[in-house]
Design a protein around this ligand. Structure first.
Ligand code: NDP
Ligand code: GDR
Length: 437
């Protein structure tokens, strides 16, 4: 379709929505309405482009746009307003720069030191966000996962257990978007620390929503909900309408977090969404989760640092994807015109046994020789099989995973091998593939 036809179609759509609002609609009103809409769209795209510029590139462009018009009219490239003087840039140019940058998107991430927090920081920085991260006090601060981007993130002290600290963090960051990734997120630990899990993973969401309501109700809010909420549901695959049947204190807490998000959206008209994400993994996954435990164990065995790998239930099945992809889905949810909840997963499920077999295969070993079942890793109540029905997120947000199950296993095993092997050791397989490259 040519550009003119596309514009005519867009105008027609806009006109219809304008007419549907019941306002008297003469031809003149329509023309002026369309000209305003087009002007705003032009301004928005100019603003978005300018926000991506560095300060020097911004000024080199000519801040007020006069540079371009002068060039067109008089063939000169000088801009009267932005031309630096002996005293520096004119006040007006500085003011304009400050006002454009003040409208830069700002995000606050709770749980920024976690697996997802680290991938989300990278994503938002790449999209030119001003990123703030909430960090709870600890005697030893570990920024292992975000060390490489630490200089570009503003860290604020706060805790989901303390509402006042959340209010202060919001006042400081003045975010346009808040991603609530903080949680006691290890399912097995939730039986040992059921009350703490409820305090952080469930009530922490209410505290954060209350803080948003107090500081700025226009903030867009993302809640990290979980496929663990489906637990023992007899329905498969699971989608946005599948009833919840949580099987752990963690799952129960996440169900609370989900419903309080929905409730605040409906009660206070907040832009609050809940992303029901299935298991997502990667080299930055915590070592206690089964995929990382396996990739780390396989690398240790391959390098002669361990002899066996002790696991719990090998028959449990999960829908595993790559964490980086899932952070894109979180961001997409907050860019929609209306708040809506989404299930995010690959739509394929594999057992722990299959994951282990694939991981050992990656380094040329047979898993049966090394994996031992250890009853101490079994859970009081197990979630046997989860698999997502991701049709809504695919059709409405255009999201799909970019890393397959095999690629994920390979990615994780190779990352652990690199991390653990002494610099002088080079694996035979790696040398061969390097030679091929
Ligand atoms: P991690 O366990 O890696 O990270 C959890 C984060 O929460 C850490 O940064 C931790 O900080 C922080 N945190 C814990 N307690 C508090 C508290 N009281 N106040 C402030 N921060 C706190 O989790 P993931 O990155 O894997 O997951 C992110 C979120 O997504 C979690 O809510 C999780 O439940 C949910 N989820 C995860 C899925 C997955 O497969 N990864 C799937 C579905 C949902 P610290 O570093 O100080 O411990
Ligand atoms: P999960 O992930 O409970 O799904 O929660 P985890 O990797 O801990 O367990 C997955 C399955 O593997 C079985 N399993 C083992 N698990 C662990 N941790 N260690 C073992 O040795 C072991 N052996 C077998 C488990 O029984 C289970 O069935 C993760 C977390 O990230 C949550 O925060 C998130 O909400 C859900 O994924 C979706």
């Amino acid at each position: 379709m040519c550009r003119r036809a596309m514009r005519a179609r867009r105008d027609c759509r806009l006109t219809k929505s304008f007419a549907a609002s019941g306002v008297c609609f003469s031809a003149r009103a329509r023309r002026s309405f369309l000209s305003v809409v087009r002007k705003r769209a032009r301004q928005r795209s100019l603003l978005a482009r300018r926000r991506r510029l560095t300060r020097s590139a911004f000024f080199a462009e000519g801040v007020c746009g006069i540079k371009r018009s002068l060039r067109e009219i008089h063939g000169t490239v000088e801009c009267l307003h932005c031309k630096p003087t002996a005293k520096g840039l004119p006040e007006r140019a500085e003011g304009f720069y400050a006002s454009v940058m003040a409208r830069k998107k700002r995000a606050l991430i709770t749980g920024v030191t976690g697996q997802d927090g680290s991938y989300l920081v990278e994503l938002l920085l790449a999209k030119d966000y001003e990123v703030y991260g909430l960090v709870r006090r600890s005697s030893v601060q570990s920024f292992e996962r975000i060390g490489h981007v630490l200089a570009r993130v503003h860290l604020l002290s706060g805790d989901l257990l303390d509402e006042r600290s959340l209010v202060t963090a919001l006042e400081e960051a003045q975010p346009t978007e808040v991603y609530n990734l903080a949680a006691q997120s290890f399912v097995k630990a939730s039986w040992d620390q059921a009350v703490l899990t409820g305090e952080v993973t469930a009530l922490g969401v209410t505290r954060l929503l209350n803080a948003i309501k107090t500081v700025d109700p226009s903030i867009r809010f993302y809640q990290a909900s979980s496929s663990e909420m489906f637990g023992n549901t007899p329905h498969s695959p699971q989608n946005e309408d599948t009833p919840f049947y949580p099987r752990s204190p963690y799952g129960v807490a996440k169900v609370y977090g989900h419903w309080i998000t929905v409730n605040y959206r409906e009660s206070y008209n907040l832009f609050a969404v809940s992303g029901i994400l299935f298991n997502h993994e990667g080299p930055r996954r915590g070592l206690e989760f089964v995929t990382r435990k396996i990739s780390d164990g396989v690398a240790r065995i391959k390098l002669g640092l361990a002899r066996e790998l002790r696991l719990g239930n090998l028959e449990a099945k999960r829908d595993w994807g790559f964490a980086g992809d899932y952070c894109t889905a979180m961001w997409l949810m907050l860019q929609q015109p209306e708040p809506r909840d989404y299930v995010v997963g690959t739509g394929r499920t594999h057992s722990v046994r299959e994951f282990a077999a694939a991981a050992f295969r990656e380094v040329g070993l047979d898993w049966r020789k090394y994996v031992k079942v250890d009853r101490s890793f079994l859970r009081p109540a197990e979630v046997h099989r989860l698999v997502a029905d991701p049709r809504r997120v695919r059709s409405e947000l255009g999201w799909k995973p970019s890393v397959s199950f095999r690629e994920l296993v390979s990615l994780m095993v190779r990352a652990d091998l690199r991390r653990l092997q002494p610099p002088e050791v080079v694996l035979v397989g790696e040398r061969r593939s390097a030679a091929r490259r």
